[in-house]
Write a protein that binds this ligand. Structure first.
Ligand code: SAM
Length: 348
């Protein structure tokens, strides 16, 4: 190792200083969204004093926050203390047709500020730190004690589905499929997209009771797709009261391995041999957005003791559950892969 006291490359120093301050960047982004800046600023540039009265903030400190955000390309300063939208800041508007506002809020949800400082501990033990900090499991806590984070989570999932659903629906081959079940399907965005594309197919939306209660209105009684849809609430690790020709798990099998195995096993028990399984998720060894995927992998460790998988780790769990891993292919224009599988004959 070279231990000579040379002045390091200033670019390297800056890069590391930026990395070290990422928490502050996340905080600034969160504050901007919480203050409602993306919505307060319209198509025309506005002076910070106008924005300050619109969002009820101190003019001088708001100017400082905006300067921090513009350094990342979120808003731009177009005259002294006059700000305009950029492509990035527009995606944070509540009315963005397809936005990332809730994904940003979710990534910096209040619990994360308590959990990240204990990442070293999680890495040592291989276990979630969330239950130790908050006294209960992650999803139970969200449901029972942190309704606003639960709401942000559900909206973040719906926003992320809106971005990827069309590409995922285009990648899934539904030839010969009578019923498709979306397990952990959230509010049903992907299922809706699939059923709209395939008018002959029936669908099942399965997720936790509290989540399906807020399902997409088009799937619920009175909605245009309701006649072709069954909505089921439950825990897919415990029960799978659904018989389908294709079982989709999109961004669900990211818990601890026992939970992932149990969910796959419940499907293998419920399905006929030959039924198809499609896991749609990020692969941690092969992602077009490695920084997001690897950070999310650690985020999952902190909250549920979970992980992002590799092809091989999924193949092992699938096989143990009685599902053969078939083709694995990327979903175009997204960071996702589809991992296809087939339910095997039960072992005698
Ligand atoms: C990351 S989200 C993905 C949602 C959706 N599939 C998508 O891609 O937008 C994980 C989903 O799994 C659901 N979930 C978590 N634990 C579950 C369980 N035990 N049984 C069924 N669904 C569960 C959550 O409520 C959530 O909707």
């Amino acid at each position: 190792m070279n231990t000579r006291a040379e002045t390091p490359d200033p670019l390297l120093v800056t890069r590391l200083r930026e990395l070290g301050m990422s928490l502050g960047f996340a905080g600034a982004l969160r504050a901007g969204v919480k203050l409602g800046l993306p919505d307060a600023l319209g198509d025309e540039p506005a002076h910070v004093s106008v924005l300050a009265s619109a969002v009820n903030a101190d003019t001088e400190t708001l100017d400082r926050l905006l300067r921090a955000l513009t350094s990342h390309g979120v808003f731009e300063e177009v005259g002294e203390s006059r700000y305009a939208h950029t492509e990035l800041s527009r995606l944070l508007r509540e009315d963005a047709p397809v936005g990332v506002r809730y994904m940003v809020l979710w990534a910096s949800a209040p619990w994360t500020w308590e959990a990240w400082p204990r990442l070293d501990e999680a890495v040592r033990t291989g276990k979630a730190v969330f239950p130790d900090i908050y006294g209960k499991e992650f999803f139970a806590y969200l449901k029972e004690e942190d309704e606003s984070s639960a709401d942000v989570f559900n909206r973040a999932m719906t926003q992320s589905s809106a971005i990827t659903s069309v590409a995922v629906a285009g990648t899934l081959d539904l030839t010969g499929i009578g019923t498709v079940a979306d397990i952990g399907g959230g509010q049903g965005h992907l299922l809706r997209t699939l059923l709209e594309r395939h008018p002959e197919v029936r669908g099942v939306l399965f997720d936790l009771e509290a989540v399906v209660a807020g399902a997409d209105a088009s799937l619920l009684p009175g909605g245009p797709l309701a006649e072709r849809v069954t909505v089921v609430g439950g825990d897919c690790r415990r029960e799978m009261p659904v018989e389908a020709d294709l079982y989709i798990f999109k961004n669900v099998l990211e818990w601890d391995d026992d939970s992932t195995y149990n969910a796959l096993r419940r499907v293998a028990e419920a399905a006929r041999p030959g039924a198809r399984v499609a896991l749609v998720q990020n692969l941690v060894e092969d992602s077009s957005e490695m920084k997001v995927t690897t950070t999310m992998d650690l985020f999952l460790l902190l909250n549920v003791g979970g992980r992002k998988h590799t092809r091989r780790s999924l193949a092992g769990l699938m096989e143990r559950a009685g599902i053969r891993q078939d083709e694995v292919r990327p979903v175009p224009s997204t960071s996702l892969h589809v991992i296809e599988g087939t339910v095997l004959e039960p072992k005698k």
